[in-house]
Design a binder for this molecule. Structure first.
Ligand code: FNR
Length: 387
């Protein structure tokens, strides 16, 4: 099996993760909705942009610092919120947050995370964002806002692309659920990975820590927690709820899942300070465009001030350079750090952030750009006749 230190890129870490994790768990991370068209498109779309280099432009020192959610970031990357993280590695969210802090990057904690937001904030001084939903019970959302203020979170990301659950067919085939469904295939796969499987099969460690006070765990078990949350998703959420949330929070707020210039403008008009252009990593609406293809129009619609974050499909540091040249403030990653986490815990996340950071620096040098703020539209071109 390939070792962590031999990994050269995100694709290598994905391979290590696929061998380390039981199949249903790997597929839960790796998969997308329906035919996985958007999942593939998110990644492939980056290859359709050429980078146009400047030359003879002193690149002996390159400035990469930027601000996202009002916080300093060593370079324009952040870590997207992902649920159920403890399933992928026992050190879960804390391992990811620590690696992010080491790299001077912003970490986001999911509502569906497996570490209490208060515990994360206590263990981790770095910049952090909480990913929130507007639940049927607005009181539950208001409670999260108050907890995030008390715990010292720097920003909120409101996820709006999940009015209903996406159709993840890999999960159905593999038997991924809480607790895992025991088909012959999933049993064989879990038997081969005892370290992951014991807690997975008993459901012992997988409470959704931030909402577990809402149900009696002993009486109902993690499955009904999942049900409880599922029942809280509200199809009637609208722009008025964004205004309400912005007034409750009164701080940096990004709407995550915005795909069009019109909705980006509306987000800002409703009180958001930014948008995460995202199709949830191809896990919700299959057929949605790749985030990178929407960046230029979204930036044009909202002007210079709001954060425009390109979320999804980033697998190379050069992808971040392309997104910035098209107008993004920064990019955000989900699967890349989860592959790292599964491959080697905190060291695996550290590895993936180092690799992407090195690629980013090298790309800027090769493109003749010595300050991220100087990246502009002329550094990128949509390729003609791309095969
Ligand atoms: C996610 N994503 C996500 N988003 C969110 O708002 N709340 C959540 O709980 C989760 N959970 C989650 C779990 C897993 C396993 C994955 C892979 C993704 C979506 C995530 O924040 C981000 O939008 C995508 O992962 C970005 O695409 P890439 O970087 O994975 O290509």
């Amino acid at each position: 099996m390939m070792q962590l230190h031999r990994a050269n890129n995100v694709a290598d870490l994905r391979r290590i993760a696929s061998r380390r994790l039981p199949r249903p768990i790997f597929d839960y991370i790796d998969g997308g909705a329906d035919d996985e068209v958007s999942l593939r498109r998110n990644v492939d779309a980056f290859a359709r942009y050429d980078l146009i280099p400047d030359v003879l432009n002193d690149v002996s020192a390159i400035r990469t610092e930027t601000r996202i959610f009002g916080q300093a970031s060593r370079w324009p990357l952040m870590l997207s919120p992902t649920g159920l993280t403890r399933m992928f590695h026992g050190h879960a969210e804390l391992a990811v947050a620590r690696a992010a802090a080491k790299h001077g990057l912003i970490y986001s904690l999911s509502t569906m995370g497996t570490t209490r937001l208060e515990d994360l904030a206590q263990a981790f001084a770095g910049p952090k964002v909480f990913q929130i939903y507007i639940f049927k019970d607005r009181g539950l959302t208001a409670e999260f806002v108050a907890r995030c203020k008390d715990a010292g979170f720097d920003g909120l990301a409101l996820t709006v692309d999940t009015p209903v659950a996406g159709n993840r067919e890999r999960d159905r085939v593999s038997g991924f659920s809480l607790p895992p469904k025991l088909t012959l295939t999933s049993l064989l796969s879990f038997a081969r990975h005892p370290a992951w499987s014991l807690p997975a099969l008993t459901g012992a460690k997988f409470s959704l820590a931030n909402v577990s006070h809402k149900v009696d765990l002993l009486a109902s078990g993690p499955m009904s927690l999942f049900d409880y949350i599922g029942a809280q998703f509200d199809r009637s959420v609208s722009w008025r709820d964004v205004e309400w949330l912005a007034s409750q929070w009164n701080g940096p707020l990004a709407i995550k899942g915005v795909m069009t210039p019109e909705d980006a403008r509306r987000s800002v008009a409703s009180g958001a300070t930014g948008v995460m252009v995202s199709n949830h990593g191809g896990r919700q609406l299959d057929g949605a465009p790749a985030p990178i293809d929407q960046i230029e129009a979204v930036r044009a619609a909202v002007g210079d001030a709001p954060d425009v974050i390109c979320d999804g499909g980033i697998r190379r540091g050069s992808d971040v350079v392309k997104a910035l040249a098209l107008g993004a403030t920064a990019c955000s990653i989900g699967r890349p750090y989860l592959y790292g986490l599964a491959a080697g815990g905190e060291a695996g996340v550290d590895r993936v952030l180092s690799m992407l950071g090195d690629e980013f620096q090298r790309t800027l040098a090769l493109a003749g750009v010595n300050d991220v703020a100087a990246l502009s539209r002329r550094h990128v071109r949509k390729s003609e006749g791309w095969r």
